[in-house]
Write a protein that binds this ligand. Structure first.
Ligand code: URA
Length: 207
């Protein structure tokens, strides 16, 4: 398993705009789209390719195509915010959905919806969620997707807490996690500190 924290000036700049509490919903989403594109570019760098015969206007030659179907799985609802940016540069990705809400008493995730494209076993599955807090939602999503036969799963989050990262590392030693930032800790309400608040509320204007 690897935990990769992307070290990129544009990501740091844009994430700081998102963290700022006065940032509007519109600007929050715009920066999320841009960071999602940069993250999609970074995580796909080493995706497996296969050779393909192609013909340029000049001659026949050998080109490449991605060897695996990409399946993007946003964890609802905040994960939806990462889909547009990923799809901009991975337009052939199929999208699965997994719906979770956090029980505010227990802070435990509850799954209320799941729908996936066929062929998960052969696909490269990218689970996306802006916030990796306790790791509970990601755990439930990973478990569900593994149970459906997926073998190649990665998790991409904007901001992670050390508690959630450690929990997932211990439970899924093979899992690759990519973050734009690893923050300090979780507070007593389960929010990442310094974080950016409730990502879903800020994304959809429900705060
Ligand atoms: N979910 C959020 O949206 N924000 C946090 O800080 C933690 C979980």
């Amino acid at each position: 398993m690897s935990v990769k924290i992307l070290d990129h000036a544009l990501i740091k700049h844009k994430l700081s705009i998102m963290r700022e509490k006065s940032t509007s919903t519109y600007i929050f989403k715009q920066n999320l789209d841009e960071i999602a594109m940069l993250m999609a570019y970074e995580v796909s760098k080493d995706f497996p390719l296969k050779l393909k015969d192609i013909e340029t206007p000049i001659c026949k030659t050998t080109g490449y195509e991605l060897d695996k179907q990409i399946v993007l799985v946003p964890i609802l609802r905040a994960g939806i915010g990462l889909v547009d940016g990923f799809r901009t540069i991975m337009p052939n990705a199929k999208i699965g959905h997994i719906g979770m809400y956090r029980d505010e008493e227990t802070l435990q995730p509850q799954e209320y919806y799941a729908r996936f494209p066929k062929g998960l076993t052969e696909s490269k599955v990218i689970i996306v969620d802006p916030m990796l807090a306790t790791g509970g939602s990601a755990d439930m999503a990973i478990q569900d997707i593994l149970d459906r036969g997926a073998k190649d799963i990665m998790l991409v989050c904007l901001v992670g807490a050390p508690e959630g990262v450690k929990f997932l590392q211990d439970k899924y030693p093979e899992l690759d996690i990519t973050l734009a930032a690893l923050d300090d800790h979780l507070n007593d309400h389960g929010y990442i500190v310094p974080g950016l608040g409730d990502a879903g509320d800020r994304l959809f204007g429900t705060n």
